[in-house]
Design a protein around this ligand. Structure first.
Ligand SMILES: Nc1ncnc2c1ncn2[C@@H]1O[C@H](COP(=O)(O)OP(=O)(O)OP(=O)(O)O)[C@@H](O)[C@H]1O
Ligand SMILES: [Mg+2]
Length: 262
């Protein structure tokens, strides 16, 4: 899929008019002498998919962990849905996390539960007022939207890698998050399945009107799913633009980045 001019102009329109749902400013995080993030900035607008591309070990997972409060940054500002994360109490942090969906690299399904039970689990915790019939309807809708209604009673061990990702996606989206953070959504999948998952992410962005940060080192994911790409290099947001803009960049570091990543 090529990013058409209309997609780009739509993105620009969103950027100028759209609300910022996630803002990261001057983020620093070191482990001892290892300076992983050294002044990283990012803005995510409502409805937008931003792909953060970076090599292995560049700090992508550290970045996501800082956003959801699993790691404390050394310095910097993170605002999620209008709230400064550093000022939140534990209760408010938990409330904020419900509005953020997180798709783990390994899909993190519970192996002892069926697909149905895996999807029901987050709802039982957060939506105690639902009747069993209402819960079943939501589970069925979520599985239908990832094309896996027939897998409802299967165990995770019976699923292929691609199916696990789809179930993981359904479980993430079932809570209707406003923001979705994807950590390497296609790692471990063959390229055709990876492209299908990428296409599905795009469909779900449209259907659920989510805003997403997609962390990846997979160029195909970036090409298919991004409205905008940010290159994480040397601890900062080294370059930003559409996938095609960056791929055609004259900047020697960006050129080298693309040559070594493809
Ligand atoms: N808790 C930690 N303690 C010490 N060092 C850490 C910790 N977490 C991450 N690091 C270091 O920070 C650097 C960035 O790690 P990170 O996991 O963010 O990389 P990544 O970009 O997600 O890589 P990959 O693509 O392989 O998942 C690595 O050098 C890693 O060893
Ligand atoms: Mg990682």
């Amino acid at each position: 899929m090529n990013l058409s001019d209309s997609t780009y102009s739509e993105t620009l329109a969103k950027k100028s008019a759209g609300e910022v749902v996630l803002e990261i400013r001057d983020l620093h995080k070191s482990f001892g002498e290892k300076h992983v993030l050294q002044g990283f900035d990012l803005k995510l607008h409502r409805g937008e998919n931003v792909v953060v591309l970076g090599k292995s070990g560049s700090g992508k997972s550290v970045l996501i962990k800082c956003v959801v409060g699993l790691l404390n940054p050394d310095k910097g500002y993170i605002n999620v849905l209008g709230q400064d994360v550093s000022t939140l109490s534990q209760i408010d942090l938990d409330r904020m996390r419900v509005k953020i969906g997180f798709l783990f690299q390994n899909s993190a399904l519970y192996d002892s539960m069926t697909v149905h039970e895996n999807l029901e689990f987050p709802m039982r915790r957060h939506w105690v007022h639902l009747t069993p019939e209402e819960t079943l309807k939501i589970v069925e809708d979520a599985l239908t939207s990832v094309g896996l209604l027939n897998a409802m009673n299967m165990m995770p061990s019976e699923l292929s890698g691609g199916m696990r990702k789809r179930v993981g996606l359904a479980r993430t989206l079932i809570m209707r998050p406003e923001i979705v953070l994807y950590d390497e959504p296609t790692t471990g999948l063959d390229s055709i399945t990876g492209s299908e998952i990428s296409q599905l992410m795009l469909d779900l962005q449209e259907k659920y009107k989510t805003s997403s940060v997609i962390i990846s080192h997979d160029m195909h994911v970036a090409k298919i799913t991004s409205n905008r790409v940010v290159i994480l290099l040397d601890g900062i947001n080294y370059a930003e633009g559409t996938f095609d803009e960056l791929r055609n960049s004259a900047d020697p570091k960006v050129k080298q980045f693309f040559q070594t990543m493809i």
